[in-house]
Design a protein around this ligand. Sequence first.
Ligand code: FAD
Ligand code: SF4
Length: 339
Amino acid sequence: MSNREKKVLIIGGGLAGMEAAIKLGGAGYQTVLIEKEDHLGGIMNQLYGSFPRWDNPQKIVEEKVKMVEENPHIQVKLNTTIKSVQKKDKSFVVELSDQEKIEFDAVILATGFGFYDAAEYGEYGYGSFDNVYTALEFEGKLKEMESWDKKDLPQVVAFFKCVGSRDRSKGYPYCSKICCMFTAKEAGLMKDLNPDTKCFVFYMDYRAAGKEYEEFARSVIEDKHVRYVRGRPAKVLPDNGKLMIRAEDTLMGVPVEVAADMIVLANAMVPSESTKELARMFEAKTDKYGFIDYIPGHPTQSGDRVFFAGGCGFPVESLGAQYQGAAAAAEVIALFNQD
Ligand SMILES: Cc1cc2nc3c(=O)[nH]c(=O)nc-3n(C[C@H](O)[C@H](O)[C@H](O)COP(=O)(O)OP(=O)(O)OC[C@H]3O[C@@H](n4cnc5c(N)ncnc54)[C@H](O)[C@@H]3O)c2cc1C
Ligand code: SF4
């Protein structure tokens, strides 16, 4: 079999999976990209804006989808999942949800991350009080608010960071890495919609380690006038149509009370159930939480002919997801050259 006849399966059509497909298809390998939804693009489709350059997320997706669709070596299968997997010596026979059976020489998992259930923090009222949103829901809310009259826009929005992350007692001990940045972005976008809305960000730490990140977050604070309060809110209580937040400003050493119209929770990113199931099917290595893990020396390989990219390995920003997609494609090509 010539190298170019080898077939690669990519599971998940977000930015990571699309990037891997574009690179493999571009190199002439037969690539099948399956996506469980009826469209490509993953979470980026749901975003209202993006850090660190305020780019339009839908445009980023559109450009990638076009590259995928124009590549004659990439076959996209929407509304498709994996039913079963049979491992052979140097391949997998995979049965898809449409009953089709295809033999693949390698697989790339690119199924993204899942989310910690914000309702676990009962004291913040998610699921029981109106106007408490997760950060992802708030991206949709921002879009919706575009068409609202100014008088109907919230006067005060409060953002809580590290909800379920860095919390050994209730959540996960790790830092979810990207929520400091998307919280700054969402607060900045709220200010763009209405400069008169007061935005408070309650934080334990402020992490902006990445190219242009510090400048981005600083501009949200200094140019858009978002107020950062160091402290973890203790409780939220409904009060006369408002959401009353009580916290301690640990920098100033004073108690703080904010009456908010909306609260946005940056809930932790966790391995999705779908990722865990696929890891079992393909015998991919996972870490103690269930994220796909790498084999030392092979940063995007997690098993025999099994590779991964993007949020299924750990929370990652969109550019990082694309880097990983490209890297996984390179590792697959290197493997084929050794076959
Ligand atoms: C609230 C929020 C705001 C963000 N803001 C920004 C930002 O401003 N800038 C930035 O750079 N990044 C941002 N991100 C991060 C960005 O969304 C991710 O980096 C990016 O979506 C990761 O791409 P991915 O391909 O790994 O995963 P995803 O986008 O999640 O794509 C995974 C795809 O796999 C599919 N899938 C899952 N399971 C299966 C299965 N079993 N079979 C078939 N298909 C499956 C899913 O339907 C999905 O289409 C934000 C994230 C969140 C949560
Ligand atoms: S990235 Fe920021 S908000 Fe997210 S868990 Fe880490 S410190 Fe908390």
